[in-house]
Design a protein around this ligand. Sequence first.
Ligand code: ADP
Ligand code: ASP
Ligand code: MG
Length: 402
Amino acid sequence: MGLIVQKFGGSSVADAARVRNVASIIIDTYKQGNDVVAVVSAQGDTTDDLIEKAAELNPKASKREMDSLLSAGEQMSSALLAMAIEAEGYPVVSLLGWQAGFRTDNVYGSARIKTVQPERLKNEIGKKNIVIVAGFQGLNGFDDITTLGRGGSDTSAVAIAAALHADRCQIFTDVEGVYTADPRKVEGTKKLAEITYDEMLELATLGAQVLNNRSVERAKKYNVEVEVLSSLKRVPGTIVKEVAKMEKMLIRGVTKDTDVARISVIGVPNTPGIAFKLFSKLAAKNINVDIILQSVGRNDTKDITFTVAKSNGELAVQTITDSFDLEEGSVVCDTNVAKVSVVGAGMETHPGTASKMFEALYEKDINIQMISTSEIKISVLINAEDADKAVSAVHKAFFPVD
Ligand code: ADP
Ligand code: ASP
Ligand code: MG
């Protein structure tokens, strides 16, 4: 017996049958004597459909109105799920983000949760109600609805688990857990029994959609153990926690990110302070920079290359062109690139991880444009067309089919 937070993603509630299935999972948990708070995403492709509808009327709609629109998806699914539970005769109440106490900053479209004021949630739980919360949304300092960024319902669930000191936080989805690569796209993947917060954070940030990276960040901060599991098959999933069993694995997973643009700045002066000037201008525009490569200077100039999110490519080029007196055509943005990464705490103590990855790419004749490493990950930038082939080859090298 305890307090259990459960989150159900869009595919888990895609139609009436799936909603009934989710209702039965929640009811079973409740019948075992637990208090249950369930966070729900919009049904199926609702969020994408709403984005399309908005674009028909105004492709440049304000982020404020977009948030108001997109939050409607979760408003619908939370009420529908509550109705399905009502139909089975159990006490239930659905709450929107603001009713559940979510207060966020003012960044429409990717707001960060500032606090979850848990009074209403506690009150409903005290009345023995099953509580269904619309994920992905909150209220900002202007009393406007905000959304938390794509995949943000995961973060809503972890935030509630932290605020209520829940005994368990379960993220139900359409796969059985976290795998060594996307099980829908790569052959021979293995389900992980456990993974650390740090590893999961890297995987999520580097493209593994199964958990939103901010949810992992929050889980680590508040020490919330998260279980990722299937809403369709009742088998144990993957536990995300501080320390995880290594299972004799050198790495935990392989992932790709295609939301990358590579900016090359050719012929900047080869003098001290240039990198500082360039990257501070980008920071002032809130542009996050990832992999950075600087050439050895020759004559009086050097080249600097770095990556940013695709959506920031144009702004980065403009910012640099405006800030430096460069020859025309010296700032180039290439969006036809992808980042492929291997992640795992094991590589810290095992030399040879990088060479194994590079060998797998070489064998497939894939050229590496840039490389970046940390203690627990290695990322390479390659041509976008090679990304899937690269993930499969690298995965096979680390996880040979037995
Ligand atoms: P939900 O709608 O439940 O939030 P998502 O689509 O956001 O589900 O995330 C689940 C999907 O993440 C899976 O269907 C799978 O294709 C994808 N995925 C990518 N990388 C991984 C991975 N390493 N392990 C498991 N799933 C992954
Ligand atoms: N419905 C939102 C999305 O599609 C939030 C979520 O699913 O977590 O991104
Ligand atoms: Mg998701």
